[in-house]
Design a protein around this ligand. Sequence first.
Ligand SMILES: [Zn+2]
Length: 864
Amino acid sequence: MIVSKNVFRRSCAFIVLFLILIPQNFEAQNTKKGKRKKKSEVVAQVKKAPKKTIASLTKSSKKIDGLFTIYQDTLTGVMQMVIKEDQLNQEYIHFAQIADGVLDAGRINRGSYQGSKVFKIEKFFDKIDFIIQNTSFYFDPDNPLARSKDANISNGVLMSLKIELHDDKEGLYLIKANDLFLKETFNQIKPVRQPGSSPTAFKLGSLDKTKSKIRSINNYPENTNIQVEYVYSSPSVLNIGSNAVSDGRNVSIKVFHSLIKIPENNYEIRLDDPRVGFFITEVNDQTSTSSAPYRDLVNRWHLEKKNPNEAISEPVEPITWWIENSTPLEWRETIKEAVLQWNVAFEQAGFKNAMQVKIQPDDANWDAGDIRYNVLRWTSSPTPPFGGYGPRLVNPKTGQILGSDIMLEYAHFTNRVFYDKLYSLATLEAPFDENDTNLNSHETCTFGKTMHQDIMFAHAVASVSGASDLEMERIKKESMTALIMHEVGHTLGLNHNMKASQLFSPEELANPEFIKGKCLTASVMDYATLNITKDRSKQGQYDDITVGPYDIWAIQFGYTPFKTGKERYDLLNQSTKPELIFGNDADDMRSPGKAIDPRVMTGDQSNDAIQYSIDRIELSNNLINSVKDKFIKNDDTYQELRRAYYVLSGQQASAANIISRYIGGVYVNRAVAGQEGGKQPYTPVSYEDQKRAMNALKRYVFAPNAFDAPNDLYNYLAMQRRGFNFFSGTEDPKIHAQVLIYQKNVLNHILHYNTLQRITDSELYGNTYSLSTFMTDLNHAIFKADIYSSVNSFRQNLQLEYTNMLIDMITGKQSSRYTNNAKSMALYNLKAVRTMAVPSGNISSRAHKQHLRTLIDNALKEIK
Ligand SMILES: [Zn+2]
């Protein structure tokens, strides 16, 4: 385009003019600024240009001195933290516990410990790094391999924070600390969603940074404690949660974070031994050639004798317990006495008054979140997660217990029945839920929950037999004492001893004089059932009122200041004494198919658990017959009767499970080779006891009249109405479903692939109750009594369910887990049922038998 030439020239001229003008403008500006600068320089001679200092960067903040100095802005709440030069490259412990949560979101409840870990603070150029240290391995420092101790071990860099200011004169680094705490930096708080979990299940929204906040900062020379409220938000939710959740879209979880100085003391690590049940910090010795290169650290308190030369001395620092001011007044004395019972054990380990108890004043200026205090706490939660819980804060480098709390649930000392749990009462709690990824699941304690059913049972028994109020109080007091001793035991480092109930015979337990003042088992760390005698005239103590012989021995192992290796060796060698037997959750048989030693069971009692369980079933049966007369009260609803009925039938179910564990059982002995009194590790249960168990199941679980109750009782099993609370389901008592669940719980164990495999295997090493004999006995127990006549509705249910289980063993999803021997016996039994189930009896029975035959015929067609 030609036109543009002129335009171009004019534009150029304009640009040139502009370019000439601009620098002049700049200069003009600079001159003005310069003038101003000159003025300010004058001022600066008096007041220097503000140089950034910690003081200037924190001038609107409150300074909180402690292990790590914290500055919190008084307007915005923003937190800054000072790291001292000498804190670099040092290790500290981080510990978190839930201050308050909601159980809808998982095991996030007040007082639950989230574990402790060691972290190191490092400087990297202009940043401060917080790095988690690995404490799982040990290298002998004298072994050259120790030089490669970091090979293939990942440390976790939690956070890398910019240094806002370095005061090199004082050796201080200032960092912004909000991200350290307001994000899930140290701990993952929000639980991971389990694969396969229901899409309609309650779930937390996303962490909302704008709503989350620092709630409190408490700083001490040895630890810095910060309470954070994490808010999880979601614009809309499908499941609004239980009544405990005020708004399902905005859920708060409050967490205490503690940064702790690693104690400098002369604490000595103590290595674990499998014959005693301490919680441990697992450490692998990477320079050992042993087939079990374990260097596991016992978790224990640092107890040191004031006078090391005395056989029994007070400790330099006792273990002090505080009864929280939330504790019901009437329980305080009982709780105190129960805690102090442990001094009986400590005296045998050389310590006097090792345990002390104080009461938190109502106006105390500290709370249980303060890790300097060990607190016995009370809550009354909407959905109690436990009855008691005694977690520990442990130094992962040494195993030293630095602090502990106990959480107690009031609900378990009331008559509140958790109806949603009723049908599963009999199975108790599964300790190892395969879907549970909570790594600490072996540390959870459901003793209070189990005990709650027992207390209600004891109350039902006592009130039917016309017991006095005093007797009722005794039940509560003894069970509270046992519960507190149990939970305190956990805080001292002891894990469960589910084998301890084997100590006394049923006769001894039914001898009030004999058991008076004793621990009813070898250890308060068991989940033994309350001692309730069938013959009411022989009722003595209901529960443990002091610690047991195993507890004393275990405390000796954990706390005696051994002078020589031989002292420790000799003490451990006593493990073969009957009162020192031990087996923990890993060995216990409460879940069907899990573990092998029937003596390591929960809810059982005595060294003849089969007989004790039979007595319990007969006692419950007798009571069910009279329960209607005893529990219906004029002017009241039938809630009490309903509760009593479920408590009694729950006890029958629980007793049946205990009996079932003897079938295919193998006794385990933990003694080491050559130990005096030691036995071989595996000894199958005798033929007589397995047969006795089978006969008991036949009579009390499978027989046509096993769960008989007066029919007119069912007319009264009504729940108290409340608003619209039957809206989502029907209210009728589902009697058949309940009985079938009890029977299936037993079958799930005795027909479990692990049990059947063990029966065949153990025939090689002493088991004489063979698979073929057992499975034939079972078939007879379920069919023989009525297959040629009319079959009642309970038995029809049982027979059909059992037949389906046999079919599943051969063709079901789990069939590949069954051995060929087991499958052959299942097929053999199915054919026997097919032959027996000829049309006879009433129409209902004929229909049932036809159903059985059709199922079997169809299954046989599938089998190639
Ligand atoms: Zn426990």
